[in-house]
Design a binder for this molecule. Structure first.
Ligand code: GDP
Length: 140
């Protein structure tokens, strides 16, 4: 299996409950390394840009409002099969459907306020990393 990088966000509902450390520990315990990390309070415009792929969806406004409502921790995670591994650790989008022991099962408030984001494919991972980080911020 290849060493990959993926993009992760700890969303405002989780930073508000002081869960940054607990969630990061779950990534690290699963063998993923945090090679870049910063805390940002994104603007509405940045949220709309990041989630542009969802702009026709009925929840788009609610999602952008939520994502710009408080601080988010943006991270790059590296490791074997990092993209799929991160999605597994996160669990299903809706916490009601998430497997036991996943971040969303443990911590998500709802399908919208679901504590974490993780890229779903190599192309989106590269795009999302580029959206939030410059090359010199990817420290290793
Ligand atoms: P993900 O890849 O598991 O994050 O899920 P999606 O790409 O389908 O959706 C992106 C994000 O939009 C989710 O993580 C949720 O925060 C939000 N979202 C998805 N579906 C809904 C919904 O039905 N209602 C609301 N309010 N937010 C949603």
């Amino acid at each position: 299996m290849a060493i990959e990088r993926t993009f992760s966000m700890i969303k405002p509902d989780a930073t508000a409950r002081n869960l940054t450390g607990a969630i990061t520990k779950m990534f690290e315990d699963a063998g993923l390394r945090v090679v870049a990390s910063k805390r940002v309070w994104m603007s509405r415009r940045q949220a709309e840009g990041f989630y542009a792929v969802h702009k026709e969806r009925p929840f788009f406004d609610e999602l952008c409002e939520f994502m710009s409502s408080g601080p988010t921790v943006v991270q790059v995670l590296e490791g074997e099969n990092a993209i799929a591994k991160n999605r597994e650790i996160m669990g299903a989008t809706n916490p009601a459907d998430a497997a036991e022991g996943t971040i969303r099962k443990l911590y998500a408030n709802s399908i919208g306020e679901n504590s974490v984001h993780g890229s779903d494919a190599p192309e989106t991972a590269a795009e999302e990393i580029r959206y939030w980080f410059s090359d010199v911020e990817l420290v290793g």
